[in-house]
Each structure stands twice: as C-alpha cells, then as structure tokens.
Ligand binder design. Structure first.
Ligand SMILES: [Zn+2]
Length: 154
C-alpha cells in the first residue's frame, strides 16, 4: 500500500477497476453507461473531488470487476479523456485510456426527430466520422452529429 495512503480520497480496493478524471458532471452518465447500478460487487462513487487538471472530477471504484474494451470505449461518448486503472492486490497493474470506437450501437440517440430510430423500437447505430472532433454519422438517416451534443439512450 505504500505510505501515501492518507492522500487517497476514496478507499483503496484490493482488486478491480478505478475510473478516474471523470468530469464531475459526467459521473452519473458513466455509472449509466457501465450499468453500475446493476452490479453486485461494491461500487464507490466519489463526486465533485478537487482535480488539478479539470477543476472538479469524479472517481468510480468498482471492486472485483474488469471491464471489456467494448464497455470501456462506450465511455468515449461522455468522457473521452478519462483513465482506467486495473488493480490487482492493491497495485495498479495496467492503465487504460478510452478510445472512440468505429461504431456506436445503442449508446446514443439520433438528433434527427424524423429518423427511423426515433420512431421505431430499434437500436441506434452510428459510424464514427472524426474521432478527434467527435463526429458521428447515423447509419439510418446519414445525419452527422457531434458526440458531446447527443443524448444517451436509456
Ligand atoms: Zn438518424
């Protein structure tokens, strides 16, 4: 554990995943995207913690859970700059960053009210056009939209 234990804002976990540098206001969207409310292992959510980089941040610690790359990449929709630490025996064994996937299936809603996905009970599908600018194109109506302006599917 080391002697900087007292600096930890949220209790350390023995095994699991720490999601850090979440913009504070996006913390609960991350909870939704990872479906943490359905999780049966202990989940610690730190909210509005001070951060040198981004002002206020959220931290989520999920014990005994390792996410797949697909699950991790979903987070690019709300928080492209967050980092994940994989913890084993209280040590960080791996760090992961979020990558915008080439396709987003059933994660965000289409902005076009006339789009078939807003009028039929079906999953949305988007193709990523520009990962740096966060631009995606709806597979069904071809409308391009900015990831930070789209609504998440519920
Ligand atoms: Zn559409």
């Amino acid at each position: 554990m080391g002697n900087n234990k007292s600096q930890l804002v949220v209790a350390a976990i023995e095994n699991g995943t720490v999601i850090d540098h979440i913009p504070a206001e996006k913390t609960y969207q991350v909870v939704n995207l990872l479906q943490l409310e359905k999780m049966e292992t202990p989940v610690t959510i730190g909210y509005n913690l001070p951060s040198k980089k981004i002002g206020k941040k959220g931290i989520i610690k999920v014990a005994n859970k390792y996410f797949t790359d697909e699950e991790i990449n979903r987070l690019s929709v709300v928080a492209p700059n967050i980092g994940l630490s994989i913890i084993k025996d209280y040590e960080i064994v791996e760090k992961k960053t979020v990558k915008t996937p080439d396709t987003l299936k059933g994660i965000v809603k289409c902005n076009n009210p006339k789009c078939i996905t807003n009028n039929e009970p079906m999953q949305t599908l988007f193709h990523t056009v520009d990962k740096v600018l966060g631009i995606v194109r709806c597979h069904y109506c071809d409308k391009e939209q900015q990831l930070d302006k789209v609504e998440l599917c519920k």
